[in-house]
Design a protein around this ligand. Structure first.
Ligand SMILES: [Zn+2]
Length: 160
């Protein structure tokens, strides 16, 4: 399975609702994703201090991201997030790291963008999981017959 980037998971609104059982767990996942997003948009171990710094940064933004609002009413439960296998943790307050289970559970909130450095694989589940944004027109005998993705080669015929 190809991992989505943190920025490809939608954590807006009530974050990740219906994916991990309890909202405390889902808010913890959203917070972890948010920290990874803001630290180079890659999956990485994070420590409580980094969560704290990111929270401070988000709280000062105008308007604050949706997750800040969720955190006013829901206490993120990182322990439950670890217990369900969505992330791994070293010791009670150690680093957190995403697992394939997390990506699987968050599929409905994930849109992976086909790109030059990571084209959509041939056997990938199609939209909405993946989307090709760089589409070029296909011209046959001077007429546009459809579009083709510049990265994965997937094609679409013109309608009508
Ligand atoms: Zn593509």
């Amino acid at each position: 399975m190809i991992e989505p980037r943190p920025s490809e998971i939608d954590t807006s609104g009530v974050p990740l609702v219906g994916t991990l059982g309890r909202c405390e767990t889902e808010v913890a996942a959203a917070l972890y994703i948010e920290v990874c997003k803001r630290r180079g948009d890659r999956w990485q171990p994070i420590r409580p201090r980094e969560v704290g710094e990111t929270l401070k940064e988000m709280t000062n933004e105008e308007p604050p991201p949706d997750i800040v609002l969720s955190l006013r009413i829901v206490m993120p439960d990182f322990f439950a997030l670890t217990k369900c296998g969505a992330v791994t943790m070293d010791g009670e307050h150690g680093p957190v790291c995403a697992t394939p289970l997390l990506f699987e559970r968050l599929r409905r909130y994930t849109v992976m963008v086909c790109s030059k450095d990571r084209p959509m694989p041939k056997d990938a589940p199609d939209e909405p999981m993946w989307v090709c944004r760089d589409r070029a027109p296909v011209v046959v005998d001077g007429a546009v017959t459809g579009e083709q993705c510049s990265h994965c080669g997937r094609g679409w015929e013109s309608e009508g």
